[in-house]
Design a protein around this ligand. Structure first.
Ligand SMILES: C[S@@+](CC[C@H](N)C(=O)[O-])C[C@H]1O[C@@H](n2cnc3c(N)ncnc32)[C@H](O)[C@@H]1O
Length: 239
């Protein structure tokens, strides 16, 4: 295998997998996202080629992966969280498969559950949320708010900070309780993590000062955070 699509985890550099780290430490070429922890970039060998995703469009990145792969180099495509969760890793894998370049996917710890977990929110707590739904907030007018409200459980919104007022309004118009617990977690799992929590009808105003990357979590499970991060919060801190 020459190209590895590696999940870097949600932000804390310790949350990459051992397999991902092993491949990173012996790569010839590192193609990385902006969201990846800078500490992980330092794990690549000093002489390796570094390519920042943001300097190219997706089509060019696909072409670079194919070209370096065809040259037989060890390529690590390091992506935030898990490569196949809102990460366009599927498109890169398809380009490699189409070109006949051998590749592997190294799963990563996705923000989906890791960011709420680190903030004290068990997204599928038994008796409270029997299911979780993940959506992108990128195109908030395209979301089916009535379906989302019918689903109950926990709603996890990626890339939803900028459109949070629109998303909250859509859910409220579709009949969700105004008091539904909600949280916005910015830079989750990192040392500079910020969490804002409140009722759904006020969460957009409360989170006005936050910057991306941020995850929005909506549902009764969010209310457990008070208990999990309250009296016994210290027990959840590692290191
Ligand atoms: C393009 S998606 C990539 C998701 C990634 N593949 C994953 O599995 O976590 C980027 C979005 O993920 C969420 N996200 C990623 N890392 C985060 C973090 N440390 N804290 C909060 N949200 C995060 C944010 O909603 C951000 O806008």
């Amino acid at each position: 295998v020459t190209v590895a699509l590696v999940g870097a985890g949600p932000g804390d550099p310790d949350l990459i997998t051992t397999r991902g780290l092993r491949l990173l430490r012996r790569c010839d070429v590192l193609v990385h996202d902006r969201l990846v922890a800078v500490e992980l970039l330092d794990e690549a060998p000093p002489g390796s080629v570094r390519i920042a995703r943001e300097e190219f469009d997706q089509e060019q990145i696909n072409e670079l992966l194919v070209a370096y792969g065809q040259a037989g180099l060890h390529v690590v495509r390091l992506k935030g969280g898990d490569p196949f969760v809102f990460g366009r890793g599927g498109e890169e894998a398809l380009a490699l498969a189409h070109a006949g370049v051998p590749f592997e996917v190294v799963p990563g710890v996705s923000a989906l559950s890791a960011v709420p977990s680190a903030a004290g929110i068990p997204i599928t707590h038994r008796g409270i949320a029997a299911q979780a739904t993940l959506v992108s907030g990128h195109a908030p007018d395209e979301l089916d708010y009535e379906a989302l409200v019918r689903l109950t459980g926990t709603l996890v919104v990626f890339m939803g900070l900028g459109s949070l007022a629109r998303i909250a309004a859509g859910l409220l118009e579709a009949g969700i309780e105004r008091s539904t617990p909600a949280a916005v977690i910015a830079r989750g799992t990192r040392v500079d993590e910020q969490v804002v929590a409140g009722a759904l009808d006020e969460i957009a105003d409360l989170s006005a000062g936050l910057e991306p990357p941020a995850l929005v979590v909506i549902g009764e499970a969010v209310a457990l955070r008070g208990r999990l991060r309250g009296d016994c919060g210290a027990a959840l801190q590692v290191g």
